[in-house]
Design a protein around this ligand. Structure first.
Ligand code: DAH
Length: 344
């Protein structure tokens, strides 16, 4: 195709497109004209553009230049028509504009950011720290990756104890600094040992954190959960002190109508050992284990069991949180579904 013919077609196109846009009396008619001339597939501009391939190669740069000029001219005519009809919000894009044009209303309220908040378990941990802090307990921290001495031996759990079965624990494929095995701690009782090793009595601490057990997830089990460990060591500490502290804790956390009950139990690191139940809304619920620290444990960390005694307890934090908020399935806490978490 000769360059002159090509340019003539372009000029005609520009004239008829501009005329059509100018003539459009409403948004729907303008949209129709836009499709007719600027439509991406069947628009007239597209049709002429395709013919550029048949222009002599030497003349193509000139053809292309004119093509771009005409394109701009048509687009400008379209934008001008849009503005004349009061169309809004296309920002120079073509298309999608149907129905009555919307005006921007600067007085409408803006869309708000949705603030996040702490996870319900973190909220519970903060609250438990507050309650126990008022009872004089300070917070101690311990590692989640432990050696066997702190997770078992020093807690009076000998090698032949079933809790030592590697299949029952998350052992890591690396060894510790001293060459011993490492595992994810299965209880926060490890922190009792770490604190007593480094601090002379008296001691009054809690430790809150994650523990790991190879449990299959179900409504009340999860392979990772949180415990609050408590330890009090002093002269002449008795079970009466243990019961008072746990009752004060339970009434602070759940309300004044809470009762507490001890059932005999066994833990290698306490003697005697109990399960602690709280009664709330006419139901007894087990919240964890407790007892008087076993003399073997005191000796292991270099304390004299003739001089000091103490109590310890370990409570499940998920249980406390779920009871408070009426959450019926522990798995909800760890699905990270904000529709669920947002409620707390
Ligand atoms: N460590 C125990 C467990 O995970 C709970 C526990 C029981 C902790 C008795 C204690 C305790 O401190 O005295 O099942």
């Amino acid at each position: 195709m000769a360059l002159a013919d090509f340019i003539e077609q372009l000029d005609k196109l520009a004239a008829s497109a501009t005329a059509a846009f100018d003539a459009a009396g409403e948004t729907a008619a303008l949209e129709e004209a836009r499709v007719e001339f600027l439509g991406a597939k069947k628009g007239q501009f597209k049709a002429v553009q395709k013919k550029m391939g048949s222009v002599e190669p030497g003349e193509r740069p000139q053809a292309g230049k004119r093509l771009n000029e005409v394109k701009m001219q048509i687009e400008q005519a379209f934008v001008a028509a849009q503005e004349r009809l009061g169309s809004q919000g296309t920002g120079g894009q073509k298309g999608g504009q149907k129905g009555p044009a919307k005006q921007f209303d600067a007085t409408l309220p803006g869309s708000c950011l949705r603030w996040g908040h702490l996870h319900p378990i973190t909220q519970t941990i903060e609250e438990l720290k507050g309650i126990m802090g008022r009872l004089g307990f300070s917070v101690a921290d311990g590692p989640e990756i432990e050696d066997e001495r702190h997770n078992f031996e020093a807690l009076n759990i000998p090698l032949e104890h079933p809790a030592r079965d590697p299949l029952d624990n998350f052992y890591l494929p690396v060894v510790g600094a001293g060459g011993g095995a490492l595992l994810l701690r299965s209880q926060t009782s490890t922190v009792q040992i770490r604190v007593m090793e480094n601090t002379p009595p008296p001691i009054r601490i809690i430790s809150l954190g994650r523990v790991y057990r190879p449990d299959t997830p179900d409504p009340t089990h999860y392979p990772m959960f949180h415990q609050m460990e408590g330890l009090l060591i002093d002269n002449r500490v008795t079970m009466a002190d243990l019961k008072s502290v746990l009752r004060m804790f339970a009434t602070s956390y759940l309300g004044s109508d809470v009762h507490i009950r001890f059932r005999p139990s066994f833990f290698p690191f306490t003697e005697p050992s109990v399960e602690a139940d709280f009664s709330w809304n006419d139901q007894w619920i087990e919240f964890g284990g407790a007892g008087m620290v076993d003399p073997n444990v005191l000796q292991e960390v270099g304390y004299d069991p003739e001089q000091v005694t103490g109590f310890a307890f370990g409570l499940g934090i998920e249980r406390l949180c779920m009871r408070r908020h009426n959450i019926t399935d522990i798995r909800y806490l760890y699905k990270n579904d904000v529709r669920f978490l947002h409620q707390f």
